[in-house]
Design a protein around this ligand. Structure first.
Ligand SMILES: [Fe+2]
Ligand SMILES: [Fe+2]
Length: 165
């Protein structure tokens, strides 16, 4: 895999990937055998690589919004999905991720990172993303979640980052 822009990318996300609370996402299973930690890293890095050559884009907000987009509270597979329809994981986790992002990383938040996180579940959540930065992460999240690209190693293994829990 081509590690394009990865040194500058790692500098941007460094305060997040080594944070005690964020590291707990290494134990949350997401889709297939991937953890929330690795899913978010993959979405964020691919989004960053797409955004980086685009003039006037805020690629830092793309990277940060991408890594925080699924920073929700509880592993969704552990939840007993007895909640009313609109309270189910798919509808509420973006807001949870946004609240956690402001709680743990207020200094990294701005209107674009907030919009990336809050609107990434479009069209399931019907309000569309407002910025190009949010559209990129929304689209990349869908593509990555389809698991089209087979990757033997996760990015945290490739980058050798993030302490284990
Ligand atoms: Fe999500
Ligand atoms: Fe996601």
């Amino acid at each position: 895999m081509k590690k394009k822009y990865y040194e500058e990318y790692l500098k941007i996300i460094d305060p997040i990937i080594n944070n005690e609370e964020y590291i707990k996402r290494k134990t949350y299973r997401h889709h297939q055998n991937k953890t929330v930690y690795d899913h978010c890293l993959q979405v964020s890095y691919l989004s960053y690589k797409i955004a980086r050559p685009i003039p006037y884009i805020d690629e830092k907000s793309v990277a940060i919004g991408g890594i925080l987009h699924d920073f929700y509270n509880e592993p969704w597979m552990h939840k007993k999905e007895r909640a009313p329809f609109f309270k189910k994981h798919g509808f509420v986790h973006a807001k949870e991720a946004l609240d956690n992002s402001y709680k743990y990383f207020p200094e990294l938040m701005n209107k674009k990172t907030a919009n990336v996180i809050l609107r990434h579940m479009f069209p399931l959540n019907i309000v569309p993303p407002k910025y190009l930065e949010s559209w990129i992460v929304t689209m990349v999240d869908k593509i990555v979640s389809m698991e089209i690209f087979f990757q033997k190693e996760t990015l945290s293994q490739i980058f050798k980052i993030g302490r284990s829990v």
